[in-house]
Design a protein around this ligand. Structure first.
Ligand code: BEZ
Ligand code: FE
Length: 280
C-alpha cells in the first residue's frame, strides 16, 4: 500500500478494516469513510478548511465537561439527533411521539410525591401539569415513572446555574394505580441553547438562531412498555417553526391554559408502545 492517490485511497482505507470482527462496526466504519471521502471530494475540501474543521472539533472537546456537552449540541443543530430519533422510534399510530433528549437530563433527579412542586424554587409562573399514562389499547399504565425536566423563566436549566445546592424544575414521579399523574412546576418559556462555544459560532456564521420553543421534557418508563423520551411544547410559543434542533412534532404541541389566578394548567396524556408491539 504505497503511492496512494485521490482515486484509490478510499478503497485502501476501507480495506484496512477487513479484520474487524464485529460486522456492525465494520459496516459503520466502511460507510463512514466512504461518505466522508465523498464529502471531501464533492466540496473539494482544502487543507486550510479541514484544519479549521479540526480546530472546531477540538474546541467542542475543550468546552465539554460534565455540565456542558458540545458534541450533543452539534449533533442536535445538525439534525442528526432528530434523524436518529425519527429512524429508531417508529411507533404505532396513536402512540406519543418521541423527540430529542437534549443535554440537560440529570440521572438520579429527586423523587417527588404526586402533587408536589418540582420547581423547588425555580423562577417562573406556576403551572399545574396533569395527565394519564396509557398503553395503545387505552389501558392505564399503573406506576409508570415520569422523569421531568425544564428550564426556568430565564431559560436556564438548574445545571446551568453556578453553585445551586439542590435540583430545581426537575424530578421523578410515579403515576398512581390508574396511570394518573399531577405535579406543580413553572410555565416553560423559549430559550436559547448554549451558544457561547463553537456550535454557537457555527450558528452565527451560518445566519441561524439558537432558540428552542417552550417545552417540558419527559422520559416515561414502565415495565412492558418502550421508554418514551419526549417533550410537550407550548402552543403559543415562538420558534415552533424554527426550532434550532428540529425537534418539534405537531402531536406534541399543546395548549397551556391560563387560569383566572394567572397560573397555568397543562393537561397531557401519554400513550406508550408495548415492548412487543411493532410499528403500524
Ligand atoms: C433541550 O431541550 O434541553 C435541548 C435540546 C437540544 C440542545 C440543547 C437543549
Ligand atoms: Fe429543553
Amino acid at each position: 500500500m504505497r503511492n496512494l492517490n485521490q482515486d484509490n485511497i478510499t478503497q485502501a482505507v476501507i480495506a484496512s478494516f477487513a479484520g474487524t470482527t464485529d460486522p456492525r462496526l465494520k459496516e459503520i466504519m466502511t460507510k463512514l469513510v466512504q461518505h466522508l471521502h465523498a464529502f471531501a471530494r464533492e466540496v473539494r475540501l482544502t487543507e486550510e478548511e479541514w484544519f479549521k474543521g479540526i480546530e472546531f472539533l477540538t474546541g467542542c472537546g475543550r468546552i465539554t465537561d460534565d455540565k456542558r456537552q458540545e458534541f450533543i449540541l452539534l449533533s442536535d443543530v445538525l439534525g442528526l439527533s432528530m434523524l436518529t430519533v425519527a429512524m429508531n422510534n417508529d411507533r404505532p399510530a396513536g402512540c406519543t411521539e418521541a423527540t430529542v433528549f437534549g443535554p440537560f437530563h440529570v440521572a438520579g433527579a429527586p423523587r417527588y410525591e404526586l402533587g408536589a412542586d418540582i420547581a423547588n424554587g425555580a423562577k417562573g409562573t406556576p403551572c399545574l401539569v396533569r395527565g394519564t399514562v396509557r398503553g395503545i389499547d387505552g389501558e392505564p399504565v399503573p406506576g409508570a415513572e415520569l422523569d421531568v425536566w425544564q428550564s426556568d423563566e430565564d431559560g436556564l436549566y438548574d445545571v446551568q446555574h453556578e453553585g445551586l445546592a439542590e435540583a430545581q424544575a426537575r424530578g421523578v414521579l410515579t403515576a398512581d394505580g390508574e396511570g394518573r399523574f399531577h405535579f406543580r412546576s413553572i410555565v416553560a418559556v423559549p430559550y436559547a441553547i448554549p451558544h457561547d462555544g463553537p456550535v454557537g459560532a457555527m450558528l452565527d456564521a451560518t445566519g441561524r438562531h439558537p432558540w428552542r420553543p417552550a417545552h417540558l421534557h419527559f422520559m416515561v418508563t414502565a415495565p412492558g412498555y418502550e421508554t418514551l423520551i419526549t417533550h410537550v411544547f407550548r402552543n403559543e410559543s415562538d420558534y415552533l417553526d424554527s426550532d434550532a434542533v428540529f425537534g418539534v412534532r405537531q402531536s406534541l404541541v399543546c395548549d397551556w391554559v391560563r387560569q383566572p389566578d394567572g397560573s397555568y394548567l397543562l393537561d397531557y396524556d401519554f400513550v406508550l408502545k408495548p415492548s412487543s408491539a411493532s410499528a403500524a
